[in-house]
Design a protein around this ligand. Structure first.
Ligand SMILES: [Zn+2]
Length: 183
């Protein structure tokens, strides 16, 4: 009898885990299968990680991947991570880290995209990617900003076209703080 109860409890536990996966970790609304959704090109992309609108299309987010229609967070089944990439830094339901939010953008940038990626909200990577002209003064400014703000900065120079491809990111952990305050 005990073993039957144990098996029953395991099944209930599995069922609750499956149920948790069907909801957005940020707003807790039910999510839908990405492959059932169509990109509405008359509006800004709900999630550039899912619908990047380039010629390449979307290599990821295949069957089993889900998206929250309330705030755009999407779960990529292959890499088992939630991702939200959008141009509007104010549109993140889970607040964007202030150091990425306030990262100094150049006057001339091509389509800056803000990103959040996580397995759980206990450890969230906040990021920013964009292309700009290869301007020494600007690059020195963001190197200094990244150093003082502990932002991880990656600059790839395209000398042929006089451009720079910038990636800035920072990972924030809340589980560590929670466990420190735990019993
Ligand atoms: Zn949501």
């Amino acid at each position: 009898m005990k073993s039957i109860i144990a098996i029953f409890l395991v099944i209930v536990h599995w069922a609750s885990l499956a149920h948790a996966d069907d909801r957005c970790p940020v707003c807790h609304e039910p999510v839908v299968d990405v492959t059932t959704q169509v990109d509405d090109r008359s509006k800004p992309s709900k999630n550039i990680a899912v619908w990047n609108r380039s010629m390449c299309g979307n290599k990821f987010f295949e069957a089993g991947s889900t998206i929250c229609l309330n705030d755009g967070y999407a779960y990529e089944a292959k890499i088992k991570r939630w991702q939200l990439w959008i141009a509007d830094r104010d549109s993140f339901k889970h607040s964007l880290d202030r150091r990425i939010y306030g990262f100094p953008l150049p006057d001339k940038n091509q389509h800056a995209v803000y990103t959040q990626e996580f397995v759980t909200l206990g450890s969230v990577t906040h990021g920013l990617v964009f292309r700009t002209v290869n301007d020494k003064a600007y690059l020195a400014k963001i190197r200094q900003y990244s150093k003082t703000q502990s932002v991880h900065l990656y600059i790839e120079l395209d000398k042929e076209h006089g451009e720079a491809f910038i990636t800035a990111s920072i990972t924030t952990k809340t589980e560590q703080a929670a466990s420190l305050n735990g019993p």
